[in-house]
Write a protein that binds this ligand. Structure first.
Ligand code: ADP
Ligand code: TRP
Length: 333
């Protein structure tokens, strides 16, 4: 059976863009019975940014509750908190000893920070901690320890999966076949969801609609979506409308066809937004309840995540032993 692995780091409230671009495609893959899904809360990756105890706890539980509310079945997948699987960190150190520093220097995320610092006349590495610098090595460990075949990610993460593949190849070359070479999966059909202001929805732009927003707040946020100044009877171009982009993401195919027709014939923005609200509110009604249920029963979340970590460790321990044996570190099995 092939394995698919992905993680989400708890660095902000999950928004609709994350759902459409990352969570939904991953959940669709998890339903494929021919794949073993290994999905986790990447809390140690989050630590490169989040330094507040309460925030870390709330965001981590929030990610876990989000996966479950949207339908991840922990009995048919391996679902855990990264920090509960110490073997990941042991392997991470081993991989670090095999990673040329230049490989990390070339990682896009790090390069972007250096570039920005240079432009703004600051010290090159200002604001860069070693966790951030070696982020791709920890990610490689997440991927390689589970012999992952596929890694569903956003475009910004492709390079990280390539680094994991390079590290696996180098290790295999020297020590014989050990790690599976992972491939990234990026679905070209996955849309980039715009935010309230029409730019890409992103927590950095403060233009997001958080998942599981209460109906009254959701309504207010929808009313804030920017539109053009065309009148109620004027035809509107659905392909250049944020309202339509949202509608399409959450409505059925028939509803979308019908809405496209209304746009072309002329519909008032107020009415279009009202219909959008109903579609989204219906879509999230049940998941929202489940999400809040888990957030007020975090002991259940702990239980599910601990059971998942047990399953994850049952896979991780034998492979880590094999690696250590090959390195001459583990003498007695
Ligand atoms: P943000 O841009 O809010 O900081 P992240 O970079 O943490 O979000 O996103 C995690 C994943 O969610 C990304 O790898 C990407 O696949 C997906 N994603 C984020 N924003 C969007 C969006 N507006 N539309 C589609 N997918 C998105
Ligand atoms: N780096 C990923 C992100 O920022 C999160 C992540 C951590 C991940 N470990 C992973 C994704 C392993 C896939 C596989 O979105």
């Amino acid at each position: 059976m092939k394995t698919i692995v992905t993680g989400i780091k708890p660095t902000g409230r999950v928004h609709l863009g994350n759902y459409i671009g990352a969570i939904k495609p991953a959940l669709d893959q998890a339903k494929n019975k021919e794949l073993e899904a290994v999905y986790f809360v990447a809390d140690y990756h989050g630590l490169t940014k989040v330094r507040d105890q309460k925030e870390m706890q709330e965001l981590s539980y929030g990610i876990a509750a989000t996966w479950l509310a949207l339908g991840l079945d922990p009995d048919h997948s391996i679902f855990y908190r990264q920090s509960d699987v110490p073997e990941i960190f042991e392997l991470s150190w081993i991989l670090a000893c095999f990673s040329p520093k230049g490989l990390m220097n070339r990682a896009h995320a790090y390069k972007a920070i250096v570039e920005k610092n240079r432009m703004e006349n600051r010290e090159e590495d200002e604001g860069v901690n070693m966790g951030l610098f070696t982020y791709p090595i920890l990610m490689a460990s997440d991927i390689l320890l589970f012999q992952s075949n596929y890694v569903p990610v956003g475009k910004d993460q492709i390079q990280h999966v390539e680094i994991a593949r390079d590290l696996a190849s180098a290790f295999n070359h020297q020590f014989g076949r050990t790690f599976t070479l992972p491939e990234h999966i990026v679905d070209e059909n996955t849309p980039i969801l715009p935010g309230l202001d029409g730019r890409k929805m992103s927590k950095s732009y403060h233009n997001t609609i958080p998942l599981f927003e209460e109906p009254d707040k959701l309504k207010k946020l929808i009313n804030r979506i920017t539109t053009d100044s065309s009148g109620p009877k004027e035809a509107k171009d659905p392909n250049h409308s944020t309202v339509f982009a949202f509608y399409k993401a959450f409505a059925s195919e028939e509803q979308t066809i019908e809405m496209r027709r209304k746009f072309q014939e002329g519909i008032g923005w107020g009415d279009a937004k009202e219909e959008l609200f109903h579609v989204m509110n219906d879509f999230f009604a049940e998941p929202r309840e489940t999400f809040h249920y888990y957030l007020s029963h975090t002991e259940e979340l702990d239980r599910i995540l601990e059971a998942g970590a047990k399953k994850a460790r049952a896979k991780a321990i034998p492979l880590l032993k094999e690696v250590k044996r090959k390195l001459g570190i583990l003498v007695h099995p």
